[in-house]
Design a protein around this ligand. Structure first.
Ligand SMILES: O=P(O)(O)OC[C@H]1O[C@H](O[C@H]2O[C@H](CO)[C@@H](O)[C@H](O)[C@H]2O)[C@H](O)[C@@H](O)[C@@H]1O
Length: 257
């Protein structure tokens, strides 16, 4: 699907526009804090969020606190930690889980990750309170395999005992409470806005839960190459996602670089 084709199909409808952040709205970067949106993306999202007939939601594995810094926008949903916490367009904050009850567990997992990484270069441990991510984007491939195997063995008893799950992502392994996934947030929004046609844009394994939860809408996989997915269509890059946002804003000028 081309961005122009997709926008032409949905432009006239009332839309529930849901987007993943990393790899979808913003291109991947070597480190999480470097994946920041351009002013053009921020403008496009802000315009959409202020347009009648458009409900906009960004649904990410990042913490809500971090998303609010990355996307200093108003009038849209920001959902963090795979939908475990979110801010609504009116600025109210909601949490499905109490971070306090997971703190001890995440601290234990963090200590295990530190032990397995053992000071090796290229790893990043991110304790998000409700989940823990072990990034290996900049690690040597052999070191990544060895460390991840060790980490999996180390955490297995804890995972099973405490109802957690392990999710492989793009150069990251994440541990989060079972039952928390982007699909739950998508379902909530679809039911809250039944009149709006749902579209979900995502690039990663965690977005598959969201595609599967769409109630009569379309999932748009963001990937340069075809791959198995529950999505309906695909776009090749965040750049193409940006073009769809521009077109939905009624601004089809080519040439976002
Ligand atoms: O659900 P998402 O919005 O796609 O968030 C998924 C994870 O994204 C971040 O990590 C990933 O992106 C970084 C920046 O491009 C990259 O450096 C890292 O290797 C990727 O794993 C974020 O740090 C995680 O907390 C999110 O779960």
């Amino acid at each position: 699907m081309t961005p122009d084709g997709l926008a032409a199909l949905v432009r006239a409808r009332e839309l529930l526009l849901m987007l993943d952040y990393d790899g979808t709205l913003v291109p991947m970067a070597p480190l999480p804090h470097l994946a920041t949106p351009s002013p053009e993306i921020l403008n496009a999202l802000q315009r959409l969020a202020g347009t009648p007939g458009r409900v906009v939601a960004v649904i990410s594995g990042r913490r809500l606190e971090e998303l609010q810094v990355m996307l200093p926008l108003t009038g849209l949903y920001l959902a963090g930690t795979h939908g475990a916490e979110w801010r609504d367009p009116g600025g109210r904050i909601y949490r499905r889980l109490d971070p306090a009850s997971f703190k001890k567990m995440m601290d234990i997992l963090e200590a295990m990750a530190v032990e397995c990484v053992n000071g090796k270069d290229g790893f990043l441990i991110e304790n998000k309170g409700l989940s823990l991510a072990l990034h290996y984007r900049r690690a040597e491939p052999a070191a990544a395999v060895e460390t991840l195997n060790k980490f999996h063995r180390r955490i297995l008893p804890v995972i099973n005992k405490h109802g957690l799950e392990v999710l492989p992502g793009r150069k990251v392994v994440e541990i989060r409470p079972r039952g928390v996934n982007k699909g739950i947030m998508v379902q909530y929004l679809c039911r809250r806005y039944p009149q709006a046609f749902p579209l979900y844009f995502g690039d990663d394994r965690t977005d598959e839960d969201a595609f599967a939860a769409l109630e009569g809408g379309w999932g748009i996989l963001v990937s340069p190459a075809p791959r198995p997915s529950a999505a309906t269509f695909s776009l090749s890059s965040p750049r193409e996602v940006y073009r769809v946002l521009l077109l939905l804003n009624g601004n089809g000028r080519p040439g976002w670089q």
